[in-house]
Design a protein around this ligand. Sequence first.
Ligand code: HEM
Length: 601
Amino acid sequence: MPSRGFEALAGAHNLDFQLLPATLRACGWCLEVLSTSLTLFHTDCRSRSEKRSERLHVQMADLWQTAGIAISCFLAVVARRLVRVCFREIRIWYSWSKLPHSQSPWSLAGELVPATSLKRHDFYTARTKQLGGIFGIRVGPLFEVCITDPELAAPIFKENKADLYTPLQTVFRKNEPSLFTKPSPEYYRAIRKGVAPAFNSGNLREGFGRLASLMPAVIQYIRQAGAEASVDVFNIAGHVTMDAISLSIFADAPGSASKLGQGVRPRYAELMDPAMQGVVKIMAIPWLRHLTFIPAMKQLKQDLTRLHEEHGKMVDRLRTCNPPPASLGGHLLALKDPATGLPLTDGQLEAEMVTLFVAGYDTSTAAISWTLGLIAAHPAVQRKVAAELDSIGLKGSAERPQPRGLSWEDLSQLDYLRKVIKEALRMFTVASGGTVRTLSKPLNIGGYHLAAGMTVQVPFHGIHRNPDVWDRPDDFLTERWDEADVEYVKPASGNRAAAKSESGGVDYGSSSPDQQQALGKQADQGSKARRYMPFSYGLRSCVGQNLANLTMLTFVASLCANFQLELAPEIKDMSGIKEAAVTSLIMSPRDGMPLRCTPWA
Ligand code: HEM
């Protein structure tokens, strides 16, 4: 008979003792074996379940411990970052507080309104007159340094960081970084080196025929409008520059200039402009983008959806149009991403292509408009331009009612017209806000310590209109370009020289060999600091300036060769031109540039 303990053991494992065969039940030895194995099995089961629960326990404890460590690490990192950000902001605020500045410490918005208004170019000039060539402004919560003294501004052009531009990426479908926003240094170098040759003189010459072929339609349209009509050259220039960039990328048939006279703006500009207005808002106040429920951000979302559709088509067009290797499109397709060694993806191509349109379209259009307006407002200048064109057989007359079109060779003969364009870009600097950089290291400039991380703006319009730097800066004086080295600051004299030596000029915050070298270069340059910078200079200067100059020269020469220009009654005179200037992203005439154009013959 089985013992009571054995029976209990069997019961615990749901074994019915009665089910065992009778012979087995009667055999004491068998029962012994069965009992022993059941006991062993039971012990094993218990120890296994104990072990399992122990293991589970240990695992849970490990998990808790690991989670605890992870959370503590995370909190430590956040706290460190917070402390670092706080220290950085305090250092920035302290540096800023030592700069000359003018706003009331109690105003929450600081100078947000004048610094983002349509007349902000005048604001920087006024502050320069009031506070000098380096001063602080506060735009809402942003403590910013402004430099309008070219000598003091020189070291800023060695900085590459421009955090404030990052919101511009919103206009690309995949929010990719582009040349203009904030790619890695390697990517930036690869793109810059890859596209720059497209703008060299040999490659531009190859595409010049396509650019010049746009002009006959423009001339015909203006002729048809008649001498009494106000013709908006801003609108016309918009169509031509859009086609000029389009042609240099895709090298195929233009579309925009064929729509002249239909009272419309270039299609891409119609899509881009409203989106850019929204983007400018988030550049000024970055956290605005998170308020997706406010009407301005809802509108931006809609505008971007329309724009992104167009970008998809542009990438497809580039992939299928097979542009020649010398064209901008050819160069873009040949580019390799240094990180992967592969050709650019659709997203990367879109970012670079759109950057070229955004950077080149508005700027060239406004520059052409200011130049033509200024020529029309200054009859003596217009006579000299006409005489130059006449001397190479380009100007219309009774004997030459249909003057020939411009050739590549003509361009080198237009010395005076080049000076006129230069002076127009000085007086109405389209990139009026200039450049904005984030300091990657502390700098001592003009006796002021600027902390790392500070946002520094160099408003080019402020420099070009600074009376300490230019004689009669508010006058359109083409003859100033007859002198040599007009682009550079003249040797300092009198009070200005004394002020410079007292302020200590430029000094790098620490003294690594690189910085010593930079300091040395700056000192060598001495009075040779650049004061003329419509295309910026140094790192991040305009990569497309040769195309811009070519488009401006071609357009302005073609118009002046065919027509005598006069300001339309809407603008009337020089004060009307100045009044029309507004800056959103760039400085352009608010209601266009209406001119009356009378054929020479
Ligand atoms: C009159 C016409 C133009 C003016 C006044 C102008 C002016 C400028 C300025 C001042 C910058 C530097 C901006 C900064 O530092 O924040 C710049 C950059 C740039 N421009 Fe232009 N630009 C003109 C036409 C063009 C054209 C036609 C193109 C190309 C189709 C172009 C492409 C670019 C690009 C890609 C950059 C960024 C370069 C970089 O960061 O390395 N621009 N431009």
